[in-house]
Design a binder for this molecule. Structure first.
Ligand code: ADP
Ligand code: MG
Length: 285
């Protein structure tokens, strides 16, 4: 039978927007040793804005217009940022049928002129596109655009750190957990974001499967891991963790794969959840 202390704590937590999906989750949360975080939408606001449009061929408008043909229907925050910039510049953004999403890589759309790809450098290079040395800074989120094997240029974006991220991570450290950032963005973008944060580890260029494998390896060493994420790309990692924690505003697939749901996108709620788990363990032991 579920101890009364667990029922009471679960009820109190839910009124604070912290949903433990089962009494065993509450206990598992009390025993965690390592917190792994997604970047976009988790440590950041998840609303990246375009900071530069860098065509390799044609004009800035042409590059944006091409990119939105594949991004218009995509759910990723990067896609929304690119579409918003196109609208701002008066570019039409009709959605296209047949866009394929490659989680952690980008989007592609077959056009008569060739396959349009918008995504990470690794994604395009894997498709045989030669990318000229990156123009501008390396430490920004950069997305590349190609039509067939013809490289068309880069779009730079910048997302904002959540204002409560530093404090929440500090409190998590004070609770004795180690924290890691796992991002599909470049290692440079990961390091840049992490520079001001109390994180023990930062890993970039990770596919959704890499994130899940990293968590499996940590668990193999005896770590008890919570993965905090929001996006569709985080589903494998959320499932791999002992406690998968989804933040509000994320995708349904992230919610389905999670054990702990924060109904408000506040990292402070995660700290509360950890503290509630600890207290409950104390009581029932
Ligand atoms: P994060 O780990 O920061 O949440 P993701 O795993 O969602 O990042 O994405 C990793 C990388 O894949 C992005 O930095 C970007 O380069 C590329 N990418 C993913 N989705 C898209 C998209 N819709 N358009 C362009 N690039 C994308
Ligand atoms: Mg993500």
């Amino acid at each position: 039978a579920t101890p009364t202390a667990v029922l009471v704590a679960t009820g109190a937590a839910s009124r604070r927007g912290i949903l433990f999906r089962g009494g065993d989750v509450l206990e598992a949360t009390g025993r965690l040793t390592l917190a792994a975080f997604d970047k976009t939408g988790t440590l950041t606001l998840g609303a990246p804005r375009v900071t530069a449009v860098l065509p390799d061929l044609g004009s800035e408008k042409e590059l944006l217009a091409l990119a939105v043909r594949a991004e218009a229907g995509a759910a990723h925050p990067i896609a929304r940022g690119i579409v918003a910039e196109a609208r701002r510049r008066g570019i039409a953004t009709p959605g296209a049928d047949g866009v394929k999403t490659l989680p952690g890589r980008g989007v592609e759309l077959a056009l008569v002129e060739g396959v349009l790809r918008v995504g990470s450098r690794a994604f395009l290079e894997g498709a045989g596109v030669a990318i000229a040395a990156a123009p501008g800074g390396h430490a920004l989120t950069e997305v590349h655009v190609a039509l067939g094997e013809s490289y068309r240029g880069a779009i730079h974006l910048e997302d904002q750190l959540r204002s409560d991220a530093g404090e929440a991570l500090e409190r998590i450290r004070n609770l004795g957990l180690r924290s890691a950032l796992l991002t599909g963005d470049t290692p440079a973008a990961g390091r840049r974001l992490a520079a001001s944060l109390p994180l023990e580890e930062v890993h970039g260029g990770m596919s959704p499967q890499d994130k899940a494998a990293w968590i499996d390896a940590a668990r193999g060493r005896g770590e008890r891991v919570v993965m905090v994420g929001d996006g569709i790309n985080d589903a494998p990692a959320l499932s791999a963790a002992e406690v998968g924690c989804a933040m509000a505003g994320g995708t349904d697939i992230a919610l389905e794969n999670s054990d702990l749901v924060l109904t408000r996108p506040e990292l402070g709620r995660l700290v509360e959840a950890l503290a509630i788990g600890r207290r409950t363990l104390w009581v029932i032991r």
